[in-house]
Design a protein around this ligand. Structure first.
Ligand code: SF4
Length: 414
């Protein structure tokens, strides 16, 4: 009797990986695999990997090692997909590909691009914080063109590719018809969504003129919003139009989007959020550092003052807005004075939550190639704890001002 083909998908990392795994499930279902809820019931385990930090990457190797120990080499087919596979294919030195071959030699590799967008996601229990209705992740773009000095995403996911605008809109319409009330639009940088679509259309039409109007298949013409990109040139984005259109779809009560870069968060986008009450007032706006020197070294194209001014502009138009951020501590050359700049900015903005990370080298990134990671792990942890207490613990009501001062003083003793 032929053995039953069963699949278990293990997802590491961000929401984009969660959304990708929903399409991986359909990809394998089309190949005869039935989903199971436990690893030990599966004949195939697919691991959707993350390698945003060294720790995340090690977690993936550790998981595979344990799987092999518990199931044996022959009993189980293992497929690795996601960021590690993407980065190995693009990382110029080839070191990562060699590392994979050495550490997990009997694992098959599946580039996530092979799964594509044509597989309809199998949506599981996608409830998010405080969400009472049905929630769905909706991927609007993949990849990133920004090359922040610490970030592996341009290698792990490649160049930014936007999904056709009409595909995203019809997916959300279908979700609403299926009873979904809450969606999150996902992209590595949603604010530059559509610039590739506009560029492609101009190339196709041999249009080298000033106008950048984008023509939808319906014949409707959209005027993209020009945003500053990498401080060097301006690019057209369709994100304000897309967000506004999605917000009008009947039945969609809450829309969240992530991630947004501060440097191309346009005034038009602020207006769209202000005008549509169903767009979440909790905005995720990664700052990474409050020091201008570190921001420049990170290849982030704004200063602390520019970030702060953007926050003020948003607050002015959307009074009930709150902010979540990402911060990296211990980036090469970050001094105590640089860290204090971050503390000052954090206090000024009043973030309600931060995804804080200790810097670690990532293969292929410019920081790894050009800068030495000299700050000790203990020092990174000290800065991490101070920020964690200042933002997350205080907002969760776990720590108060006195606690924060005590933590700061405790961790200031070196
Ligand atoms: S914009 Fe975001 S995803 Fe892109 S390189 Fe910078 S940190 Fe990475």
């Amino acid at each position: 009797m032929e053995e039953k083909k069963t699949i278990f998908i293990k997802t590491f990392g961000c929401q984009q990986n969660v959304a990708d795994s929903e399409r991986v499930a359909t990809y394998y279902e089309a190949r005869g695999y039935m989903p199971v809820t436990q690893e030990y019931e599966a004949s195939l385990v697919v691991i959707n990997s993350c390698m945003i930090r060294e720790k995340a990457e090690e977690r993936v190797y550790g998981y595979i090692r344990n799987l092999r120990k518990s199931r044996g080499v022959d009993a189980l087919r293992i497929v690795l997909t996601g960021c590690i596979v993407g980065a190995a294919a693009r990382e110029p030195s080839g070191k990562l590909a060699k590392k994979i071959a050495r550490r997990i030699p009997d694992v098959e590799l599946l580039p996530i691009e092979d799964v594509g967008f044509e597989h309809e996601p199998q949506r599981g229990d996608n409830s998010i914080d405080g969400d009472q209705g049905k929630h769905a992740w909706v991927v609007i773009s993949n990849g990133c063109n920004n090359y922040c000095a610490f970030c592996i995403v341009p290698f792990s996911r490649g160049k930014e590719i936007s999904r056709p605008i009409e595909d995203v809109i019809s997916e959300v319409q279908k979700l609403a018809a299926d009873g979904y009330t809450s969606i999150t639009l996902l992209g590595q940088n949603v604010n530059s969504y559509g610039s590739d679509l506009v560029r492609e259309q101009k190339l196709k039409n041999k249009d080298d003129g000033e106008s950048s109007a984008y023509l939808l298949p319906s014949g409707e013409s959209i005027e993209p919003v020009m945003v500053k990109h990498l401080n060097r040139h301006r690019i057209p984005t369709l994100f304000p139009y897309l967000l506004n259109t999605v917000a009008q779809i009947e039945g969609i009560e809450t829309i969240t989007f992530t991630s947004s870069n501060p440097w191309d968060f346009s005034d038009a986008l602020i207006d769209v959020i202000a005008q549509n009450k169903n767009i979440d007032r909790m905005l995720h706006l990664p700052v990474q550092s409050g020091s201008d020197k570190i921001l420049a070294a990170m290849n982030r194209w704004y200063t602390s003052a520019e970030y702060s001014a953007l926050i003020d502009r948003i607050k002015e138009k959307i009074s009930e807005v709150q902010f979540i951020t990402d911060i990296i501590v211990g980036f090469p050359t970050e001094t105590e004075a640089d860290f204090q700049d971050t503390i000052r900015l954090v206090k000024k903005v009043g973030f309600v939550r931060s995804f804080t990370a200790c810097y670690s080298e990532r293969p292929g990134t410019s920081a790894t190639g050009k800068m030495e990671d000299k700050i000790s792990w203990e020092e990174k942890k000290r800065r991490f704890h101070i920020l964690n207490e200042l933002i997350n613990l205080r907002n969760a009501g776990i720590a108060n001002d006195k606690d924060w001062i005590a933590t700061r003083d405790k961790h200031s003793v070196r």
